[in-house]
Design a protein around this ligand. Structure first.
Ligand code: BJW
Ligand code: ZN
Length: 223
């Protein structure tokens, strides 16, 4: 079994999901789809930097929930995730593939290759790359950017090879990541979906369990 997760996995840890992140709160008036893009960064780097600082502090305060813990206990499982948070790692998961990068590091926007971990409790301000002088930015994948080659190749392999893909808390609207569900299905895997609501992947499900990840995932991964 391989897991494929999205923001719903971390929702009960207090990390807002993407597509309902606009419901209330400090950042309600900003569109995450715009902030998480090269254009958004070019238009207002300070605003994007502040948005990430806010999210980094929130993630640093969040704790893994029962779904993260139940997944991590399955040491043989590969966890393909769209999430940029570190909650699966903190729950103890060893085999985590982060398709959209990590919010726990900054990298050079000019792609000179420089990357460094950041302190999530005290996120850095905008600054220049010590190698090439360009701007530093979060080590995540924004809209219009390519996914990391090695992560994508490993994820495709895992989804082709698995018997069951456990899809947790994703709207399945962001590609190419969402295409992994169809890839696994075409390769013969059974698809189990855990989500509080129906999603764009519902038509691919062999089993769809509507409920909270922190309740449903531990119940189906019982030893
Ligand atoms: C619960 C729950 C609970 C709540 N329990 N469940 C084909 C067609 C059309 C467009 C494209 C296409 N192929 C590519 C594109 C373009 C684009 C794309 O997909 N756009 C669509 C939105 C239309 N894709 C890209 O640009 C990607 N790159 C790419 O394709 O490169 C090639 C290329 C190059 C040049 C030009 C064009 C293409 C890159 C995508 C990068 C996505 N990045 C983000 C931000 C990461 C950084 C950051 O966090 O700041 O990744 S966007 C955001 O969406 C984030 C997430 O990982 C991702 C997926 O969202 P997710 O996880 O599904 O969250 P939500 O909020 O949508 O859903 C939460 C779900 O949980 C819901 O279903 C709830 O019901 C559920 N839930 N509580 C269980 N307690
Ligand atoms: Zn650089």
């Amino acid at each position: 079994m391989v897991s494929f997760s999205g923001a719903g996995l971390s929702a009960e840890s207090g990390v807002p999901t993407f597509r309902d992140a606009q419901t209330g709160g400090l950042w309600a008036k900003h569109d995450p789809m715009r902030l998480a893009s090269p254009q958004g960064f070019a238009d207002d780097p300070q605003l994007v930097s502040q948005w990430y600082a806010h999210r980094r502090r929130a993630i640093a305060e969040a704790q893994p929930n029962g779904a993260h813990t139940a997944l991590a206990r399955r040491s043989e499982m590969i966890h393909v995730t769209q999430n940029v948070d570190d909650l699966l790692h903190r729950a103890g998961a060893k085999q985590v593939i982060q398709l959209h990068g990590t919010i726990a590091a900054d990298r050079c926007h000019a792609s000179c290759g420089y990357e460094e971990p950041i302190d999530m409790t005290d996120p850095p301000n905008l600054r220049n790359c010590p190698e090439c002088g360009s701007q530093m930015r979060p080590a995540v994948v924004w809209f219009g950017e390519s996914l990391p080659n090695s992560a994508w190749a490993e994820a495709e392999q895992a989804c082709r090879d698995c018997d069951v893909l456990l899809v947790i808390g994703t709207s399945a609207v962001v590609y190419p990541a969402a295409g992994l569900i169809g890839l696994a299905k075409s390769a013969g895997a059974g698809i189990i979906i855990v989500n509080t609501h129906q999603s764009d992947a519902s038509s691919l499900a062999d089993v769809e369990l509507l409920g909270k990840a922190s309740e449903v995932v531990p119940a189906i991964l019982i030893d």
